[in-house]
Write a protein that binds this ligand. Structure first.
Ligand SMILES: [Ca+2]
Ligand SMILES: [Ca+2]
Ligand SMILES: [Ca+2]
Ligand SMILES: [Ca+2]
Length: 334
């Protein structure tokens, strides 16, 4: 072969192969289709905490006889539901149960019990089936706070407010709440996401309140100073209120997550009802009581901070006792 012919053959070969690569690039991939892994599949993929889904499996019968029985679906080792079935010879049959997914690890499976063979005369004979157990579908069900079909463990922005979780944790905003201080501006766009933005209307009366007094007062400087201190206290009260509210949200989320984890762990130990209840109470005593106490204290603080009159009353009381203490110390020292 001459050098020229070699070039021509190479170019022709390249032209033949290229469309194959091109076609390969165009191939579409369909999900949730093909072989049934372990004979368990789900009505939707992926699914998250709280989703109502359907768990499917499939029965086949090539035994030469018609078969009846009961199919039981399991979540870990706890039965979810049971269906009675009847399957003719040489048939394939879908079986399913509805289930609400819950955060945590799950082992989904199904098994056949109470299997009977139906003889031509109608007589039922108890039998043992060779394949009476599906494979185990190991699943971790995540929470998807912003419902963008990416679970929180894989989502960089759990609440989809435009601010990444890592930044929210570092600046102290709630990564599971779009508007932490509930002032109508999402965390990412809020210049001060921890202190509610004051509406323009509430700022105007404050200035009109102080300016006439300032003008008429004999001691404008004192009035101005008092107004300034009052303003500072009021700002501090609002900031503290926002902080306490955020802390309560955190505590509640933490407790919810722990409760979910406890519930998902419990079934594996297969306790009876009474023991399980005792177990829950014991766990509550062990780890929960301090959380409840903590939450209670936060709610008490929230209550005081929320009602202006109560807040200033407590502040005045505190001031009175501190002043009295100070005077007593001074008088005793002389
Ligand atoms: Ca998500
Ligand atoms: Ca976020
Ligand atoms: Ca947020
Ligand atoms: Ca905000």
């Amino acid at each position: 072969m001459t050098k020229k012919n070699l070039y021509v053959v190479t170019i022709l070969m390249a032209l033949t192969i290229m469309p194959i690569f091109y076609a390969h690039g165009e191939t579409q991939t369909l999900t949730n289709v093909g072989f049934i892994q372990g004979n368990i599949w789900y009505s939707e993929e992926p699914f998250f905490d709280g989703d109502h889904i359907r768990i499917y499996t499939v029965l086949h019968n090539n035994s030469g006889q018609d078969i009846t029985g009961t199919i039981v679906f399991y979540d870990n080792e706890t039965p979810i539901n049971s269906n009675n079935f009847s399957i003719a010879n040489e048939r394939v049959q879908d079986q399913w149960t509805d289930w609400q997914a819950v955060y945590g690890s799950h082992k989904i499976s199904a098994s056949i019990t109470n299997a009977k063979m139906i003889l031509p005369g109608g007589e039922e004979v108890t039998i043992v089936l060779q394949n009476s157990q599906t494979g185990v579908s190991d699943r971790f069900v995540d929470i998807d706070t912003d419902e963008d079909v990416i679970g929180n463990s894989a989502d960089a922005d759990d609440d989809n407010d435009g601010m990444p979780d890592t930044k929210e944790v570092s600046i102290g905003t709630n990564p599971l709440k779009q508007d932490t201080d509930e002032d109508g501006i999402n965390d990412a766009k809020d210049t001060d996401p921890l202190i509610p933005e004051k509406p323009a209307a509430s700022q105007t009366p404050q200035t009109t309140e102080t300016s006439p007094e300032q003008a008429n007062s004999i001691l404008p400087f004192a009035t101005h100073a008092i107004a300034l201190i009052a303003n500072k206290i009021e700002t501090a009260r609002k900031a503290l209120l926002a902080q306490i509210e955020r802390r309560i949200e955190h505590l509640k989320a933490e407790m919810k997550e722990q409760n979910i984890k406890k519930e998902s762990v419990q079934p594996t130990t297969k306790k009876n009802g009474a023991e399980a209840r005792l177990g829950t109470k014991a766990m509550l005593k062990d780890s929960g009581i301090f959380q409840y106490l903590n939450l209670y204290i936060h709610y008490a603080l929230l209550f005081i901070l929320k009602y202006k009159i109560l807040f200033y009353f407590v502040l005045a009381l505190l001031f009175y006792y501190l002043t009295r203490l100070f005077y007593r110390k001074v008088f005793r020292s002389y």
